[in-house]
Design a protein around this ligand. Structure first.
Ligand SMILES: O=C(O)CCC(=O)C(=O)O
Ligand SMILES: [Fe+2]
Length: 339
């Protein structure tokens, strides 16, 4: 079992040479689209401080958190149970709460007219004086790691290393600290810490504490298998947008979180997506006469909005949404009354 998951979710040592890394990355992306990265350059202290600030945030009274309830741009607090990632198999919402931040876009900037763009909502300075500073430092550090992975992804596809760079001038970046309450998941009763889903976007960089819970669907085993926390490493996974872009070559794998109820669990996914108007059309290296494009061209923003529309009946894909939505995972639930 151990070896099976080691093979399915390999650990890439980021201190290796780029060409060696790119070859390992290509294999991981084709196999499951899930892998760890170690020696990634994000300071351990900064990761620890970020977890500490989020433990403090989630421990605040509900009224303080409610002051920054997620808005139409997907920024702010998403309460416990308000997201249902797998509506077909869940009898209640995910047993988690979260807090979304995006790349900061001032309200008066022309960019703010686009869906999912706008100012962030920060916890009050009086209550958490260090929260914003620490979060922004972490946001910058994982953005840099994302940019390194972008280069490696291009190499893994046989493209020029800077291929994706022009598509990340005004990227859609979201950090989403999560807190899972100590509740035992009961898959047979439809109770999950996070229901099964695949991520919508291009890349997810996930930091977890030392509490287990994440599982991926391993096709070769025909079941969900644990992806245990690994000290000092991020868990990286590919989302549906990259699967589409690569014509299915790179995988966006189903995953979920199950908890045993013995302790709180904290994790921090970072969603790394290209600029809103980036064209997402089958890469020439991923199609040919025997392998025609499976999806019509779209844009990064449209792809995300269409994904929401599939699962959010109230979501207007062509204008700004009026409800807060979970931006990054399939089957996400609308936050009733969050507008
Ligand atoms: O908390 C985790 O380990 C995974 C979270 C996740 O899959 C997500 O937020 O998309
Ligand atoms: Fe996910």
């Amino acid at each position: 079992m151990g070896t099976q998951i080691d093979a399915a979710v390999p650990c890439l040592d980021m201190s290796q040479q780029e060409n060696v890394l790119a070859a390992q990355l290509r294999k991981a992306c084709i196999d499951t689209g899930f892998f760890y990265v170690a020696n990634h350059g994000v300071a351990e202290d900064l990761i620890e401080q970020t977890f500490e600030e989020n433990r403090k945030f989630f421990a605040l009274p509900e009224a303080s958190k409610r002051e920054i309830l997620a808005d139409k741009n997907n920024r702010g607090w998403t309460p416990l149970s308000e997201e249902t990632l797998d509506t077909a198999n869940q009898t209640e919402g995910d047993t988690k709460e979260g807090l979304y931040f995006g790349r900061e876009v001032p309200a008066d900037s022309p960019e703010a007219a686009q869906p999912l763009h706008g100012p962030n909502q920060w916890p009050s300075q009086e209550l958490l004086p260090e929260y914003r500073r620490v979060s922004e430092a972490y946001f910058g550090a994982v953005t840099n790691l994302g940019m390194r992975l972008l280069r490696l992804l291009a190499l893994a596809l046989g493209l020029a290393p800077d291929y994706f760079l022009p598509m990340f001038g005004r990227p859609m970046l979201f950090l989403r600290p999560l807190h899972y309450i100590p509740r035992r998941s009961q898959p047979d009763q439809g109770i999950f810490a996070a229901g099964a889903h695949s991520d919508y976007g291009m890349l997810t960089l996930l930091a977890t504490d030392d509490a287990p819970g994440l599982q991926i669907w391993l096709e070769s085993a025909g079941r969900f298998v644990d992806v245990p926390p690994r000290k000092g490493a991020f868990i990286i996974n590919l989302g549906d947008m990259l699967e589409r872009w690569t014509n299915g070559l790179f995988k966006s794998t189903l995953h979920r979180v199950v908890t045993d109820g013995s302790r709180h669990r904290y994790s921090i996914p970072f969603f790394f997506e290209p600029d809103f108007d980036t064209c997402v059309e089958c890469l020439p290296c991923c199609c040919g006469p025997d392998n025609p494009p499976r999806y019509p061209p779209t844009t990064s923003g449209q792809h995300l909005l269409d994904k929401y529309a599939q699962t959010h009946s109230g979501y207007e894909a062509t204008s700004k949404a009026t409800n807060g939505v979970s931006a990054h995972a399939s089957h996400a639930g609308v936050l009733e009354g969050a507008a």
